[in-house]
Design a protein around this ligand. Structure first.
Ligand code: OFO
Length: 175
């Protein structure tokens, strides 16, 4: 059974993950509109991954006899100055999400909720990857600056990313 405090915090995290999904959907739209369809596709994958993240919290709450309570999703930005600006926003956002995951881990420690701690471990590793991905793309974009051919190559490279279902959801498949 989940404590009320943990249940509320996990529900808030569902909202944060859905906001992330909405943010990346908006970024995908911005990239497609500006002719970077490969990067647009990359953000579509990111959008799907965030929905998976929300579902991992959803499943955890349900499995622990808690109640999922959905709140409205706030509006997201629709415009950026450049592709570099898009990825700087991504990194900044992922750093905030890392902080939220860390806060959840601290709370689950205070509440002696070992099952929630165990579930959160996957997110702790995932956030290292999320921040690293954004930072690597920022480094590449800084390297090419305004070089059109360089941007074309990055667009091609990011466009091959494919979606794979998050591992914790595979464990839940068929339940
Ligand atoms: Fe859910 O990791 Fe990104 O936001």
């Amino acid at each position: 059974m989940l404590s009320k405090k943990i249940e509320e915090a996990l529900n808030a995290q569902i909202n944060a993950e859905m906001w992330s999904a909405y943010l990346y959907m908006s970024m995908a739209s911005y990239c497609h509109f500006n002719g970077q369809s490969g990067i647009g596709k990359w953000f579509e994958v990111q959008f799907k991954e965030e929905q998976d993240h929300a579902m991992i919290f959803f499943n955890h709450i349900i499995s622990r006899n808690g109640k999922v309570t959905l709140k409205p999703i706030d509006a997201v930005p629709n415009d950026w100055k450049s592709i570099l600006d898009v990825f700087k926003t991504t990194l900044d956002h992922e750093q905030k999400i890392t902080q939220l995951i860390n806060n959840l881990f601290t709370l689950s420690t205070q509440e002696n909720d070992y099952a929630t701690q165990s579930m959160l471990k996957w997110f702790i590793d995932e956030q290292v990857e999320e921040e690293d991905n954004a930072q690597t793309i920022i480094d590449n974009l800084n390297m090419i600056k305004d070089n059109g051919y360089g941007l074309y190559m990055i667009d091609k490279e990011l466009g091959v990313r494919t979606y794979t279902v998050a591992a914790p959801l595979l464990a839940n498949a068929g339940k």
